[in-house]
Design a protein around this ligand. Structure first.
Ligand code: PHE
Length: 347
């Protein structure tokens, strides 16, 4: 029996030494120390021994068990350490490999100008508002004093959704005037930038989708002087203190009186010519049209429940692409929408 125990010890040590995985170790543990294991089998024979032999064998058996347990523990630690090391080696990061460059984009030039304009108006107390691009003809035309049959309602100019021409892609941001005025008591002071749509072929100065910025101020004693003050402040901010502007009389059904504002052409400085050729930026005009504006028509105020006897207001609507083109010296509108990085990188 002593011999049996010594053999178990010896073989166990060898087997444990060559076990390489946690699973192999577990298998050995069951085989050696389990209920049906080798050691248990030997111990079951203890009954056959004489009373003198029993404690001696018992002691030996315990020392074999203790040795096996210690060896198991030792191998377990070694195997886990080896596995960890292998894993670390496999996952090693080569910190000397050059990094991948992260190229950061930047705001689109048109959005840069929009941001500048918004900031300026917010500083003057305007609130920025947003409204639907799919609009009722009622808001886009009728309540803006644009009667049935007016040329701007023409199907050749407007994207209608319905046969009765009641729903459309807004052709201007001016319906935002109505949406704000019907819900708000004066004083009103808002700026409403957004997309508008017209059936235009795309060329250097036209696009079927473009952006406008609508401004509306309604309060007591608002005059054309307030309108001019706001717009001149804007232009000097965007184009510099020496920018030259002019106001021209014009007609809009929803403002009275109405005007348009032009900026002196930045390319030909108002002469209409560059190197003896007609200036391509202003087509020889010397001026670039930037916006329409005027004093809100009494019919429009009244239609929104605002008393024109007590309140007056001004409104303006400017083309954002036009503003950006002048500001960034861009000579073709289509470049703004092409998203060619060679173009965008320049701003
Ligand atoms: N909505 C007009 C246009 O698109 C511009 C405008 C806005 C004119 C506000 C007067 C007042 O041409």
């Amino acid at each position: 029996m002593k011999q049996q125990l010594e053999i178990i010890r010896q073989q166990a040590m060898q087997a444990l030494e060559s076990a390489e995985t946690p699973a192999a170790l577990e298998e050995l543990r069951v085989k050696l120390l389990g209920k049906k294991g080798e050691l248990t089998a030997v111990l079951k024979q203890m009954g056959k021994l004489s009373p003198e032999e029993r404690p001696v064998m018992g002691q030996l058996a315990n020392s074999v068990r203790a040795d096996i347990e210690a060896k198991l523990e030792e191998r377990k630690t070694e195997i886990y350490a080896a596995a960890l090391e292998a894993k670390l080696r496999q996952e090693a990061i080569d910190v000397t490999i050059p990094g991948k460059a992260v190229t950061l984009g930047h705001e689109h030039p048109m959005n840069q100008v929009l941001q500048q304009i918004k900031e300026l108006f917010v500083g003057m107390g305007y609130q920025i508002v947003d409204g639907p691009e799919i609009e009722l003809a009622d808001y886009n035309f009728t309540r803006l004093n644009i009667e049935e049959g007016h040329p701007s309602r023409d199907r050749s100019d407007t994207f209608y959704f319905t046969d009765d021409d009641s729903l459309l892609l807004r052709t201007q941001t001016s319906p935002m005037q109505i949406r704000v005025m019907e819900k708000t008591e004066p004083p009103i002071c808002i700026l409403a930038p957004g997309r508008v749509y017209r059936k235009d072929e795309a060329d250097a100065t036209h696009s079927p989708m473009f952006h406008q910025i609508e401004g509306l101020v309604v309060a007591e004693n608002i005059t054309m002087g307030n309108l001019k003050g706001a717009l001149v402040t804007l232009m000097k901010q965007i184009y510099g203190q020496d920018a030259i502007m002019r106001f021209r009389p014009h007609h809009f059904p929803f403002t009275e009186p109405s005007c348009e504002m032009d900026m002196q052409c930045h390319k030909c400085h108002g002469t209409g010519q560059v190197d003896g050729q007609v200036c391509s930026t202003c087509h020889g005009e010397g001026w670039i049209e930037l916006l329409g504006a005027g004093m809100v028509h009494p019919n429009v105020l009244e239609g929104c429940g605002i008393d024109p006897g007590k309140y007056s207001g001004f409104a303006f609507g400017m083309g954002l692409e036009r503003m950006a083109m002048g500001r960034m010296r861009i000579n073709d509108l289509r470049l703004i929408f092409d998203n060619d990085v060679r173009f965008l990188n320049q701003f």
